[in-house]
Write a protein that binds this ligand. Structure first.
Ligand SMILES: [Mg+2]
Length: 285
């Protein structure tokens, strides 16, 4: 059933941004913090000195390699320590901005003092420890139960409970993509006032409506210790485009992980999460 009033963000950033790709990438060639090398004009290397920067990092597909299921991700030894040291070096101006819940981020990284925005910008924990979370509604609780039940009957489709967001992953059953989309559209109907559909890499999600990753970045930049620094946003997926746009607007840097050639507002690209981790290890050493 098609649902009126639910905005589906397409997993195809070619819509609306393709005409802007040439400009930002060419601009990056003149940026003092970047130099292009290697895999053609889309790749970049980030400078080795992070002073004056504010870092905004997505997690899955950016810091961590994407796994077959959300629970199967591996946090490489040393990464949490790198992030902790780097946050200290940046006087706290490092935030994780992710589709995961803050609770899951803390379970993965065990960095309770680190600034985080979860659920694609909806949840918030500032560098001073203040938090903002989303209260669910009765209708959303029904949607959660419904999705859990329905996905149990769909082999290969994985239900993910993120608290104020719920998701269905079809990475293990890509042939069920259309079925998952239809199901999520049905589920979204009764909660369309407060939640909206979000597509990602082989996942469809029902997430809180209203704030995106770009809003999260701008909010952080308005606060100590981020204020006055130059934002660097690194991400890999469609929801990171809002974060790239915000960083670009604030005269910052935007980096998309992945050399698949998909159009992006990011001003430069890195090949893989291991490139991001290598850079973080170097600048935090
Ligand atoms: Mg990601």
């Amino acid at each position: 059933m098609a649902v009126r009033g639910v905005w589906v963000r397409h997993n195809d950033p070619a819509r609306g941004v393709a005409d802007r790709v040439g400009g930002p990438i060419l601009e990056a060639m003149h940026d003092e913090t970047l130099s292009l090398h290697g895999h053609g004009r889309l790749s970049c290397s980030l400078r080795e000195d992070a002073s004056g920067l504010a870092l905004f990092l997505d997690i899955d597909g950016t810091l961590l390699d994407i796994a077959q299921t959300p629970e199967a991700v591996v946090v490489p030894p040393g990464l949490p320590d790198s992030l902790k040291r780097l946050a200290e070096r940046l006087e706290g101006a490092l935030a994780l901005i992710t589709g995961r819940s803050i609770g899951t981020v803390d379970a993965l990284f065990r960095l309770p003092a680190t600034a985080v925005s979860g659920l694609h910008g909806a949840e918030w924990r500032g560098a001073d420890g203040r938090t903002a979370t989303i209260a669910t509604t009765e209708a959303f609780e029904l949607a959660r139960q419904h999705l859990r039940r329905q996905t149990a009957d769909m082999p290969g489709v994985l239900f993910e409970d993120k608290g104020a967001a719920i998701a269905a992953h079809y990475r293990l059953a890509p042939e069920r993509e259309a079925q998952v989309r239809d199901l999520m559209a049905d589920i979204a109907g009764p909660v369309a006032d407060g939640w909206e559909l979000q597509e990602g890499k082989q996942v469809v999600e029902l997430r809180p409506r209203g704030r995106d990753k770009g809003d999260a970045l701008v909010s952080f930049m308005g606060e100590t210790p981020f204020r006055g620094r130059r934002p660097v946003a690194i991400g890999d997926d469609v929801t990171d485009e809002a974060m790239f746009a915000a960083a670009n607007r604030l005269d910052g840097l935007s980096v998309r992980v992945g050399l698949d050639g998909r159009p992006s507002l990011a001003r430069c690209r890195l090949g893989a999460p291991s490139d991001v981790r290598d850079w973080l290890a170097r600048i935090s050493a």
